[in-house]
Every structure is written in C-alpha cells, then in structure tokens.
Design a protein around this ligand. Sequence first.
Ligand code: F3S
Length: 283
Amino acid sequence: METILAKTAGFCFGVKRAVEEVLRQAEAGKAPVYTFGPIIHNDQVVNELSDKGVRVIHSMEELKTVPRGIMIIRSHGVSEQIQSEIEKAGFQVVDATCPFVKKIHRIVAEESREGKLILIAGDASHPEVEGIRGWSSGPVQIIESAEDLENISISEGQKAVLVAQTTFNYKKFEELVEILSQTGYDINVMNTVCNATEERQQEARRIASEVDAMIVIGGRHSSNSQKLYDICRRGCTNTYFIETLVDLDSKPFQSFRRVGITAGASTPKKIIEEVRNYVRTKL
Ligand code: F3S
C-alpha cells in the first residue's frame, strides 16, 4: 500500500520537549519524580512513565500527601500561585512549560503590572488558560467566542491587551480582532496562536484530498485529534480514527491504493511508525 505520512504528525515541539524532560529526570533517578497533571493526554505514554516511577499528581491536596521530590510542570504551564505553592511545599520545580506558553505568561505579567486589562481568547476551563490567567496581577476577561464580546466591559481610557490560548483557532482569533477593532477600545493585540496546530491541520487537509483513505491516530479524549479527524473527514469520506494499531479494521482497505496518515499532538512516534509499517506492508 502506498502511504503518505504527514510530516507534522505527532508530538509538537513543546510536548516533545516536556516528555523528554520527564524521561531525563526519571532516568537520573535522584528523587521521586512527579508531573503536575498527566504530561500528555495519552494513556500509553503515561503508563510507560509510571513504570519508570513517574507519578501523576492531580491536585495541591494530593501533593501534600506524597514524599518530596521533583515536580515537573507540563507544557500547558501553571499559574504563578500554583508554581510557588509547589515550591513552598518543598518540591524542586522543573518547568517544562512550552516556551511559547511561557512567552504568554510574561506578556500577561508585564502588561497587567502596567495596569492593562488582560483579554484571553481561549477555553476558560482549559488548564493552559487557567495558567495564563494566573500570571495576571489585575483583572482578566476570557473570550471563548464572538458572542462573549458583548459582555466585555472596558471602561473609558482603560488600556487592554489581547492574547490567545496557543491552540485557539487562528481564523476565529482574526474574527475577534476584527470585531474588537471596530469598538474603538485601546487594545494591543498579541497573536500568540501557535502555528504547530494550524500547520498540522493544513497538512492533514491537503493529504486527505489526495488519498483514497485517511487514518488519524490519536487519544479518544484528545480534542486536537478529534478536530483532525473532522478536517480529514471533510476531504476524504474514508477517514478512520484509531488510538493504536489494534483499533484498525483492515477490511475496508482492500479497495484502497493510497492511504494518508496523520496523528494528534499527543501521539507517540512509536505508535505512528507501527501503524505506518503495518499499512505499508500488510494491507
Ligand atoms: Fe507549544 Fe505550540 Fe505545542 S505552544 S506545546 S509547540 S502546540
């Protein structure tokens, strides 16, 4: 079978960096190693790390019950308060926050210190947005969609700065900026959307339009993988969503000649290669 594997399939730069950091710390074996929340949304990776002794901590309460050690902050980042509470609790913090997210933290900290209102385009319940919000020393308003702009209250003379969750849809961000520019408010727009997501989606869209079937590999709970599936499905009706090779039903593939493969940001390379080799040699 001819296969086309997306170059952008799998871990983005920030996730790869964070996972490698956890592995490095686990292998060094100097102290118990923890991650604050699962390092990525992929059970296999989390289980493999757990076999190496890395434990996932879900809350500050849980943190207080375990022996002190190294706490790794994942690529989404955390608020300033959480970071200092972890340190105060006696843990050594290893910050694996993606540098692109860290940049947003810095913008928010500096601009809020200057008295500016912080506007964040993003999903209010997402850990990355919770973290970003937590670096502001002043008021923050979160904008999930254009409808939320009706509830935005900016007083006269108040300066504001708009940032975005790194995975926010770029087209939606542009729409928000367009609407805001018509309001006459003094808003400094910082485009902090990370193009890793956009590039992955664009490549998936292109490949899906060139193949007979498309395979999207990703975690069942991974929203970016689900999104990739939807995009591919629009370009290619024979699109299949799998978590690992076990989920792949080979029957429909008998009538295909070219198969495209992409994967969400939390899919390890090992799984992608396994699927690709199988499709190439066994189907
Ligand atoms: Fe960083 Fe962009 Fe990935 S912000 S974690 S490289 S999606």
